[in-house]
Ligand binder design. Structure first.
Ligand SMILES: [Zn+2]
Length: 236
């Protein structure tokens, strides 16, 4: 999971969402009515999906696992708990069906003060709460928010761990290729390689590599300043 910059909505869509929310409030809609309204808002949903896809890392990846294609609009705070937030742009994220329908579903843990215990990648920097062990592809948590996020999204499920574990040497190999092309004066192919590196799934692996290099206590040496510069391109 990496930090995602939330885009601004165009005025037309923002007005449509505002109107939808007002309708829910006027009719004091509960979760069932809000879900019906959501299902009926096909134009708004399609516009939202396009905007979320442009925001996501790599090529339309899920904002939670970073592996699968983001197909679903997830209500970060579930409709069941907050029907009036059904059309709230700040409550929309792009998720794969596995993260959305199998893992998170309507789970939304909060702390004793009522604050969400899940990381919202458009509000939080996930790496403030999580750390990724590059050699195994496993997430560890730094905070209770990180712990709940790993549990709810099942971020350490076997396929994701293995995918990240394999992405690490692949990213290293692509970095080496990029530097070789750059140093041999083949600038056009170097740029292609760098773009390929930053559009591969598991953008979190690339971010963890960057974090490792900027951490004074890092125990993995990935290269010199030229590697840091190449990784930096992906920083939001
Ligand atoms: Zn996912």
């Amino acid at each position: 999971m990496i930090r995602i910059n939330r885009a601004s909505l165009d005025a037309d869509l923002a007005l449509k969402l505002f109107t939808r929310t007002e309708q829910l409030k006027i009719t004091d809609a509960g979760p069932s009515a809000a879900r019906r309204a959501w299902r009926g808002a096909s134009v708004e949903r399609e516009q939202l999906r396009l905007t979320l896809r442009r925001m996501s890392a790599a090529i339309e990846r899920c904002m939670y696992c970073g592996d699968s294609r983001g197909t679903d609009i997830d209500h970060f705070e579930p409709i069941k708990l907050s029907p009036f937030r059904t059309f709230d742009w700040m409550n929309h994220l792009l998720a794969c069906s596995c993260c959305n329908s199998n893992a998170k579903r309507e789970l939304f843990p909060v702390d004793s003060a009522g604050a969400p215990l899940l990381i919202d990648p458009t509000m939080d920097d996930p790496f403030d709460h999580l750390r990724l062990i590059l050699s195994t592809g496993t997430y560890r948590w730094n905070t209770p928010k990180g712990q709940a996020t790993i549990e709810v999204f099942q971020l350490n499920r076997a396929d994701l761990r293995r995918g990240r574990e394999l992405a690490f040497p692949r990213c290293q190999a692509m970095l080496r290729d990029y530097l070789r092309l750059q140093n041999s004066g083949n600038g056009r192919d170097a740029v292609k390689m760098l773009n390929a590196l930053h559009e591969q799934p598991f953008a979190d692996v690339l971010h963890a590599m960057y974090r490792t290099m900027t951490n004074p206590g890092a125990d993995i040496v990935l290269g010199g300043p030229e590697v840091l510069e190449a990784l930096h391109v992906s920083r939001p």
